[in-house]
Every structure is written in C-alpha cells, then in structure tokens.
Design a protein around this ligand. Structure first.
Ligand SMILES: Nc1ncnc2c1ncn2[C@@H]1O[C@H](COP(=O)(O)OP(=O)(O)O)[C@@H](O)[C@H]1O
Ligand SMILES: N[C@@H](CCC(=O)OP(=O)(O)O)C(=O)O
Length: 266
C-alpha cells in the first residue's frame, strides 16, 4: 500500500482524557492539543481518533459509574460527544487550529460508496489544514459499545481502520501505561516493557490483558488487534503513555519510545 509519508493517526483513550475520579483531565487535553498543533505546524497531517464520550457524558450527568443499560450508555455518549468536541475546539483554538468531527462505525467502511465518501472527506479536510477528530457513532451502533468479540467494538480497532483507510504512515495509540508489557503493569509492578515487536504471534497475544481502569475498555487486547491490522498493511504502530504527548516528537525522529510494532514490508 502506498502511504502518505507525513500522515499520522493518533488515538487517545478515555483513561488519558479523564482522571481517577472520572472528571475531565484538562491538562491532558491541553498538552495533546499543543503537541498535535505543533506537529501540524511542522508539516505533518494529523488525524485524531478520540474516545471519552461515554465517560464525559456520565460525568456531565453527575453519575459516579458508567450507566449499565444500552439506551443510557448511548445517551451518555450523545451528551458527552458535545462536551468532548467543545473541549477540543477550545484547546485547539488556542493554538490556531480548526478541527472537524467525524463519527463513524466500522461497517461504514465496508460499503464502497460510503468508504469513498469518507476518503474524500478526510482528504479535503487535511488539504485545508484541518484536524479531523474521529469517534465511533455510539448513539446509532450498539455493537460498537458492546459487541461480544469487540473486534470492531472499540476505538483502538477503529483507529487502525482509519489509518489503513487514510494510508497513514504511522498509528500512535495513547494509553495510561508506557507501552506493551510482558504482564499487565497495573497488576504486576515488575512487568517489563517490550520496546519493539516485529511479529504479533500467539506468544505475544497471550501477554495482552483487558482494561486497566473502569473507564477504559478493551485493554491491551484491542490495542494488539489494532496493531496487527495496521502492521499487516505496513503501518508502524506505537503504543505510548498519553500523559506525555511530547513523546510524539521523539517518535517522529525515529527514537525509541513506548512499544513499536513494526509494519510489514509491502
Ligand atoms: N500486557 C499489557 N501491557 C500493558 N498494559 C496492559 C497489558 N495487559 C493489560 N493491560 C492494561 O491495559 C490498560 C490500558 O487499556 P484501557 O484500560 O482500555 O485504556 P485506554 O482508555 O487507554 O484504551 C492498562 O491500564 C493496563 O492495565
Ligand atoms: N466511543 C466510546 C469509546 C470506547 C473505547 O474504545 O474507549 P477506550 O478504551 O477508552 O478507547 C466513547 O467515546 O466513549
């Protein structure tokens, strides 16, 4: 697959955008907007895939825990998506950047006409120097929130699908840990980070556990699935800690940060 050398897809998870008591982590939003705007000033084309709608909506509804029933989860996503985009708009605006919202579901990519439209929309936005902010269209697709195998029920996977669709050079997945470890670092303090993974075999898959916080979904399992999809198409995928987005500068310089999954030679 021919790729756009300066195009990068960055995915940020709920665990980075909200704090331990479920409130919006404004410093995280600000740091992220600053670094992504700066990278765009350096000539990179940026596509942001952002989770957070359900958690932010839950917070806005003054509920302590994520709603259990599907209609309420979808309602929370609809409420939270507005706040999420308002926050991004505000922080990116501080750095003179315009953003655009794209809500989509994995099945949209399977319909040829829709796929073409999406490619054209992304292309037009990027050409105008606008930063697309993508999330699942949670209020119309319950499979995205609660599918049994979660293959497409997660923004990790959606970010890989977007990276392939947009022929990105790199996919960066930001989480609340420093990368992919040989054991879940929250449960095993002595777990070791793997710096570079050239092939995602069964051995690696058994190391990936589920979500670490009550706010995150999917954990490393879905990040690994995303890395597998992207690397198969030759897209290097890096998992880093979202609390330190300035690590992105290092990645662009080819320095080792987090865990790199090397894209297959095409
Ligand atoms: N092998 C592993 N290496 C690193 N983290 C892991 C691993 N297995 C499970 N995890 C868990 O995955 C969590 C990150 O995923 P998740 O909770 O879904 O967050 P996010 O909102 O960033 O997607 C970490 O907090 C960690 O507890
Ligand atoms: N679309 C959902 C995100 C679901 C999801 O994948 O969350 P996360 O594991 O934090 O990336 C939302 O915006 O709340």
């Amino acid at each position: 697959m021919r790729k756009y050398q300066n195009r990068i897809v960055i995915k940020v998870g709920t665990s980075t955008l909200t704090n331990d008591i479920g409130q919006n982590d404004l410093r995280s939003f600000d740091r992220l907007a600053c670094v992504l705007s700066d990278l765009q000033n350096m000539g990179y084309e940026i596509i942001l895939v952002s989770s957070g709608a359900i958690a932010i909506g839950t917070n806005k509804l003054q509920r302590k825990t994520r709603p259990a029933g599907m209609p309420l989860k979808q309602a929370a996503a609809a409420i939270g998506q507005c706040s999420l985009m308002h926050l991004y708009d505000k922080f990116f605006n501080d750095y003179d950047k315009t953003i655009a919202q794209i809500l989509l579901n994995a099945e949209d990519m399977e319909v040829e006409g829709k796929k073409e439209n999406l490619i054209n929309t992304f292309g037009a936005l990027l050409e105008m120097g606008i930063i697309p902010v993508v999330n699942e269209n949670d209020s119309v697709s319950y499979t995205e929130i609660e599918s049994a195998d979660r293959l497409f029920g997660d923004n990790d996977m959606l970010s890989a699908v977007v990276a392939v669709l947009c022929k990105a050079q790199k996919l960066i997945i930001m989480s609340d840990v420093d990368g992919f470890f040989d054991l879940d670092p929250r449960l095993h303090p002595n777990a070791k980070r793997l710096e570079c993974i050239t092939s995602i075999g069964e051995e690696i898959k058994t190391l990936a556990g589920g979500a670490g916080s009550r706010r995150g979904t999917g954990g490393m399992k879905t990040k690994l699935q995303a890395a597998e999809l992207a690397t198969m198409q030759g897209i290097d995928t890096v998992i880093i800690n979202g609390k330190n987005p300035s690590a992105l500068y290092k990645i662009m310089k080819g320095e080792k940060v987090g865990t790199l999954f090397v894209g297959k030679q095409q």
